[in-house]
Ligand binder design. Structure first.
Ligand code: PGA
Length: 240
């Protein structure tokens, strides 16, 4: 895993955008995984700016949503699919048919295989852009997730529920389950970029850099990936 130390949060977005744009320059119909959340905001802003300036045509990209809450309605504004459509896909003119996303009300036993089949039909994932959670999760692959796990329904960890409470008002209102691409799904991506931004992420980044791969730290699968890059801003970067 390569480590890139960005100059600041803005530079983190710029560097991540450069990787996305290089992927699309090589293959305009590349299959890209994106998360939502606080971390990718700078990346999204940068991509939208490039698009508005006429330097990025992402209209042929195929996008897979990293994760989703389970048990909410499809049109809930807080669904990750609605969030990604609003904040990235619509501004980039990527049409709804080019998004592969878990249905929040999807069948618990078959929704994961539906998404895996969709990814396979698109020729696999070219680039997975990921954030790291406070507890080291990738998507909703919480600690304990097997390195070879595939897309599936999972229970959210207490730290994830606490962290996402800001979007729901109270922790009690956060859906306790979700769907996520698996660590095995993400490890099969041709390229993986993990973003970490802000002081709250510093200790988990430090653990990631120190630890050998272990299911206790889901993001550590990136160590074994042949083309993984961790981009950290100074607030998230451990000294050294
Ligand atoms: P954040 O979430 O980008 O909102 O910090 C990351 C995560 O929990 O996966």
């Amino acid at each position: 895993m390569d480590i890139v130390r960005a100059d600041d949060a803005d530079d983190l977005g710029r560097r991540a955008a450069r990787i996305v744009m290089a992927t699309l320059a090589r293959a305009p119909d590349a299959t890209l995984v994106f998360p939502v959340g606080a971390t990718p905001r700078g990346l999204f802003a940068r991509l939208i700016g490039e698009h508005r300036a006429g330097r990025l045509d992402a209209s042929r990209a195929r996008v897979v949503l990293l994760d989703e809450y389970a048990g909410i309605t499809r049109d809930d504004r807080r669904s990750f699919a609605a969030w990604l459509r609003r904040d990235l896909l619509q501004p980039l003119d990527i049409t709804a048919d080019r998004l592969l996303a878990f249905a929040p009300n999807g069948d618990r036993d078959i929704e994961g295989s539906r998404i895996e089949a969709g990814i396979a039909a698109w020729g696999g994932i070219d680039l997975a852009v990921l954030g790291i959670g406070l507890n080291g999760h990738l998507g909703f692959n919480e600690p304990g997730s097997p390195a070879d796990s595939r897309a599936r329904r999972v229970a959210l960890a207490p730290e994830t529920i606490a962290s996402n409470a800001r979007y729901w008002g109270r922790a009690e209102d956060v859906p306790p389950h979700g769907f996520t691409l698996g660590l095995g799904t993400l490890s099969a991506a041709r390229r993986v970029v993990v973003l970490a931004s802000g002081p709250a992420k510093r200790s988990i980044v430090q653990r990631l850099l120190a630890d050998v791969p272990s299911p206790d730290l889901p993001a550590s699968v990136a160590h074994r990936h042949p083309a993984a890059t961790l981009i950290v801003d100074p607030d998230a970067a451990p000294p050294g």
